[in-house]
Structure formats: C-alpha cells, structure tokens
Design a protein around this ligand. Sequence first.
Ligand SMILES: Nc1nc2c(ncn2[C@@H]2O[C@H](COP(=O)(O)OP(=O)(O)OP(=O)(O)O)[C@@H](O)[C@H]2O)c(=O)[nH]1
Ligand SMILES: [Mg+2]
Length: 421
Amino acid sequence: MDDKRPAAFLAGIADQKTPKAEAESLLDELAALARTLDIEVAGRELVAARERHPKFGMGTGKAAELAEKALAAGADCLIFDWDPSPSQQRNWEELAGIPVVDRQELIIRIFAERALTREAELQVRLAELSYRLPRLAHKYIDLSRQRGGRYGTRGTGETRLETDRRFLEQRIHSLEKEIEAVRKQRQVQRRQRERQGIPVCAVVGYTNAGKSTLFNALTGSSVAAEDRLFATLDAASRRFEPARGRPVLMVDTVGLIRRLPHALVNAFRATLEEASLADLLIHVIDASEPEAGNFCRTTLRVLDEQGAGGIPVITVLNKTDRAGTAENLAALLKQFPGSIAVSALKKTGLDELAARIDQAFSGAVLRFRFPPGRTDLVSLLYRGGSVISEKYGEDCIEVEARAGGRTAGMLKEYEVPAPPG
Ligand SMILES: Nc1nc2c(ncn2[C@@H]2O[C@H](COP(=O)(O)OP(=O)(O)OP(=O)(O)O)[C@@H](O)[C@H]2O)c(=O)[nH]1
Ligand SMILES: [Mg+2]
C-alpha cells in the first residue's frame, strides 16, 4: 500500500466574470476541499485571463508557464478551480504530463469517500460515471484517502476497464433505475409523514455551517458532525417538539457549495429533494465565516434551482460564540435581517429558534401591504411570524406571511384580502 499523499498544484482563473477577490476565495475553498481528501498542496496560482482561449482556457504561453511551475513544485496533479472542457483537460494533461483534476471531480471524490449508505453510494457512483463518460481519455489519479480501504479498489485499474463507453452507458442506465427505486421509497416515507400531519423543517446551508450540530442540539440526536466539508450526505430526520404537543419533523441535509457539480446535483436529486419538499427551511449561516454573505447567496440560489425558492425560511446565524465582537454580531444581524443568533455548540439561542419554528406553523397565512421603506414592519413579521414571500414595489411592500396572535394584531391595519383565485 502506497502511503504517500498525492501533492497537487492548485490553479484558479480571475477574469471579468470572476473578479480577483472572489477567485481567491474560491481558490481557498479548493484548498480546503483538497485538504479534506488529505491531498498535499504543493503550490497555488491565480491566473488573470482576459479571454478564454479554446485550447487551454488561457493563452498557450501562460499555460506552459503554469505547467512548468506545477512540475517544479513536485506536484503529482494539477487541480483547477474552473471546469475545463473534456478536450481542454486532455490538452492540459498532454502539456503537463500529469493528471488534471477539476473542482467537479474533486467534489465527487469527496462525496465518494463520505458515502456510507446504499443510497448515497448509488448516487455518487452515478455522478462519477456521468463525469467519466465524456472524459474517456482523462488520466485518473487515485485521490482516495483510504487507499486500500473501502474505495481503494476504485483506482486506476478499474478506470481502464471502464473506459468503454458502452459499458459506462449501461452502468449509468442501471444505476438510474436503482436510484429511481430509492426515490419511490422516499416518496412512500413522505406520504406516511404527511398522513401523520407532521410539518417538515429542513436544516439547510453551506457545507460546514453547523447544520448537523444544530440538528443534534435541537433533537438530542447524534448525527456525525465534524470539521470537514460534506460530513453529511444523507438526509437524517428526527422528531422535535418546539412547543409541547406540536411536533415537527427535522431533516438534516447535504451541505451546499459554490459551483456544485451538475453530475452531483442530478445524482443526488433524491436526497436534495428533501429541502424542496419541506414546509419550512432553517437556513444555517456560519457567522464566523468572512464569506458568509457569498455563501448565503449560493445557498439561496441552489435552493431556488431545486424548487425550494417559495418555502418560508428562518435564517440562523450559527457559531456566534466565535463571531468576534458584539459590534460584529450586530452588523451580521443587520446584514441578515430577521435572523436569529445561536451557537449550536454552546446551545445558546435555541429557545428563541424553537419558538420561531413553532410560530411558523401556527397562525393563518395573511397578506400585508406596507408603505415603501417600512422594512421595520417586515422585520416584525420575520420576528413574530414566518414570511412566505415579499415584494418590494415602488409604492408599497407586499408581504405574504403566516402570523397570528400579537403580531397579526399589531399589523391589522396593513392587512389586505387575498387576491381572487
Ligand atoms: N465554535 C462553534 N463551532 C461549531 C458550531 N456549530 C458547529 N460547529 C463546528 O463546525 C464544524 C461543522 O459542523 P457540522 O455540524 O458538521 O456542519 P454541517 O453544516 O453539518 O456540515 P456538512 O454536513 O459537512 O455540510 C464542526 O467542527 C462543529 O463542531 C458553533 O455553534 N460554534
Ligand atoms: Mg452535516
């Protein structure tokens, strides 16, 4: 068994679409992804590209320079933060003479290592094969941490065997069928849940935000939570009573990330679907993360793409125990209006969160029309109810929300009847 960790040279591109600061943060994230697989980072480089040349995605001179740097640093592979086309990937591999891995492949590898259940395993396998199909000539490097372990046999040897397009297509087809069966099974479970009439809350957010820790803290369970990206690949669910006699079903979900590979999104549809079928989303944000705003946008965009856009959201600022000064926290609360500050680790703020979850399911769905600029009234609804949708027009703010009791009473004068139909 070869115990040497593979060394990688990381490269990102800054261009008009991805400005330098964002490209740097993506490259940091790529390094974190590499570390998750125990890959040594031999060096990194951000290339400024004015245009994408077809052969390498950057000028030939720049490409040659980068390849040389990687080799001089002793790298066994290059890891790109962009998605080279299959032919670009091949050009790069010819140029550098070492495997070229992209962000997609890296994330798929991590998922492969983390897959513990049959469902996750099937889905990862499908993502892997879908990635491989258009890349039959790609040099594969064994990036698994547990070499010789459970996934060790999926290394280069097997790859050769699988470089047969027809074989791949057949495998993809049969995996799709198996996954469909899993989806059906989940649907049955969901219908049972619906019959019991228990509302479902999905805990969602960027990877490593603390979703599982929060899920455990609320439900008293012990789903694995660790300081690794994509610790959770399965949607675990547990009963939780935010108020006595009014249970909800909490669902822990897979973490999201910028540039989530399409192959994974497709393959993990059954698991990711949990969020889009929930009655309420609990969006966990890591308050100690400088890129929190960016991560939040990514999460909301991916959720929207999955059809979870219209579901009411409670925003939770987690890890406030290490979010810095009080001013810092105040700024964050302002940045994420209506959010609740908690620490899942220190178990603070959880009562307020529980109350807010309960509120979300009590009270009727009401419509309000507020004068423009009166975001303070919208905040009231966020605190005392559960906002379903909001529209900021020129002459008014229209909000649809579930609210009852005191909150509904206070806002009575702004209430408008539901539109016909
Ligand atoms: N300081 C601090 N650390 C926390 C808190 N909540 C979670 N963590 C830590 O953050 C890391 C990630 O936590 P997880 O609960 O696994 O995060 P996750 O969002 O489920 O991550 P994935 O499943 O990988 O997407 C762990 O090391 C936790 O101990 C918190 O409130 N404060
Ligand atoms: Mg988790």
